[in-house]
Design a protein around this ligand. Sequence first.
Ligand code: HMG
Ligand code: MG
Length: 305
Amino acid sequence: MRTLNHLPDRVTLVEVGPRDGLQNEKQAVAAADKVELVHRLQAAGLTEIEVTSFVSPKWVPQMADNTEVMAGITRQPGVRYSVLTPNLKGWEAAALTRPDEIVVFGAASEAFSQRNINCSITESIERFAPVVAAARAAGIKVRGAISCAVGCPYEGEIAPERVGLVARLMAGIGVQHVGVADTIGVGTPRQVQAALEAALAHYPLAEVSGHFHDTYGMALANVLASLELGIARFDTSVSGLGGCPYAKGATGNVATEDVVWLLHGMGISTGIDLDALIDAGQFIRQALGQPNGSRVARALLAKKA
Ligand code: HMG
Ligand code: MG
């Protein structure tokens, strides 16, 4: 394991709350609130925002307002807006909304691939290939997500080789970056490092990121373990919003506020204003009528009160 003594000086956080977070909400969230959330996130200094997904509204009704949300955003220079596109139909609808980046999402587990996108891993790569080609021809960056990279709700523990296989297949069709996702948050640091290493066999360090759900409270430890490998990009969700509709019991991504606290506390810069970020998290949690899921936000809000 190639762990570093010197951690990265700067880390980029990809805010996935509007997509990964809100896709899992039982209640309807107004498109205007989603747009306002994106505006508050970019004002807080987030430069990468995963806005929505172009998936079947029958499967994920929460994202049915994708076009409306993309159209409603006042774009800020220097901010990259990404969307999920599982197939050509999704890409065609997404392309009209001018995303800066698209995300194809596969899995290291066959069972999860079937439940999430209704096809095998091999079929998913076949579906992604024309999407990747079309996006790259249009000059749009393509990211890939590898779900269930350490554990699967249906298959249990996942071997790193299976992450390596999906990373190799994604690299083969031109996916430019891969996110190693612990969809159900079961992973512990050595397992997560092994999964990242498997992806790093096919991608350079700058093109591998971590996406950790915090179901078992391991996500911050896994961020630190990733930093030790030199990984400097993480998907995080403001106020810890979210979960996955096809991974029962999975909670949200690690809260952006908590990762910012960890990083700033270690002298690692993010460009994010923590107070403004906490306000953004409070805005959406109040709109949802829910308590804030970020421990850092709760602690700092209690101190202020
Ligand atoms: P399918 O049923 O196999 O697709 O779904 P199909 O091609 O057979 O089409 C069936 C129907 O869906 C047709 O409509 C299509 O038009 C429609 P009908 O004729 O029945 O009226 N359809 C679409 N509609 C809108 N947009 C589309 C689209 N594609 C087909 N893009 C599909 C395949 C992938 C679409 C479906 O399984 C689906 O939408 N799944 C939802 C997956 C999802 O959003 N999961 C959550 C996001 S992934 C995630 O959270 C994990 C991640 O965070 C990383 C991690 O934590 O692990 C990224
Ligand atoms: Mg996720």
